[in-house]
Design a protein around this ligand. Structure first.
Ligand code: GRG
Length: 289
């Protein structure tokens, strides 16, 4: 069952994250880093390890790349939850980092998680080929930075005060950057680690990333805070245009199913080797958290 694979990979990545943070000691920032990287579905970690398995890359290597992307993801959540951004007090069912500690600690925890990701990704254990490590480092920098996640976040913040709500095309561009870029990095990492062409996985990841985000909008309307571990109904409260407000609930669900078919079709060249990634696509639009 896919949930078992997700749990197994997630646990390995959790252990790896703890091991790379071991030398950091037990000061406030290290504690915050461990707190922020605990839990979560570990979907991005799975995409790295699952795509690596398709190319017979050992998990002893891919687990470090998976830990790196989870560190970036955790940093983005810690900063996104800050009062100057989304101002959330609940994440993964627990108080957010700035609530448990304070704003300055949350900024520094996010900063330190981001640099930790690049530190880990540049280590020999990821690949014996320095060109592969460099490709992963530079693609992660681009996915997370001002051409990727940071751009998407900025577009999201700008949309809050824009005179006219975003249309479907604009929301799609925003989300492709905000959440799609890290998902794409994760799903293509296996091919990059193997020195293979990541193009089919890129097509898979683009469709998957969009379906993930549309489902997130659906959960914001239909979800249960006890399961999602975060506040629901936020988008409607903020009067934000979302895939649900633009397509309607049924339209959004149909779009999700179409995207999942698209994602799975992109994996056809890999046959049964891609079974786990196909299952991941189905999971994305069946999850309740
Ligand atoms: C602060 C530069 C900067 C960027 C933040 C990704 C992001 C950009 C903000 C997160 C806001 C948000 C809740 C977006 C919805 C989609 C999303 C990324 C949800 C969280 O990802 P999951 O569901 O989380 O994979 P878990 O907890 O399972 O790891």
């Amino acid at each position: 069952m896919f949930q078992d694979v997700l749990a197994k990979d997630g646990a390995r990545v959790g252990d790896c994250l703890l091991s790379v943070m071991e030398p950091l000691g037990d000061g406030r920032i290290a504690q915050g880093m461990r707190y922020a990287t605990a839990g979560g579905k570990r979907l991005r970690a799975f995409l790295v390890m699952g795509s690596a398995r398709m190319f017979d890359v050992p998990s002893s290597q891919s687990v470090y790349a998976a830990a790196a992307i989870e560190a970036i993801h955790a940093y983005s959540l810690v900063h996104d939850d800050l009062p100057c951004m989304d101002d959330d007090d609940l994440r993964r069912g627990l108080p957010t980092v700035h609530v448990k500690w304070d704003d300055a600690t949350a900024v520094l925890v996010g900063d330190a998680l981001q640099t930790l990701a690049f530190d880990v990704l540049s280590r020999d254990v990821v690949s014996s080929d320095p060109m592969i490590r460099l490709a992963l480092v530079s693609s992660m920098a681009r996915a997370a930075g001002a051409q990727g996640m940071v751009l998407g976040q900025d577009m999201d913040i700008a949309a809050e005060t824009a005179e006219t709500p975003l249309n479907l095309d604009q929301i799609t561009v925003l989300q492709n950057n905000k959440t799609g870029a890290l998902i794409e990095w994760s799903a293509t990492a296996g091919a990059v680690l193997a020195g293979q062409d990541p193009t089919p996985l890129r097509h898979y990841a683009r469709a998957l990333g969009l379906a993930f985000q549309i489902w997130d909008d659906i959960l914001d309307v239909e979800g249960d805070a006890a399961l999602t571990g975060k506040r629901v109904g936020k988008d409607a409260d903020a009067g934000k245009a979302t895939f649900v407000s633009l397509l309607g609930l049924d339209g959004a669900k149909t779009r999700c199913s179409d995207l999942i078919t698209e994602a799975q079709d992109a994996l056809a060249p890999f046959g049964a080797r891609a079974d786990d990634l196909c299952d991941a696509a189905r999971f994305v639009i069946a999850r309740n958290s």
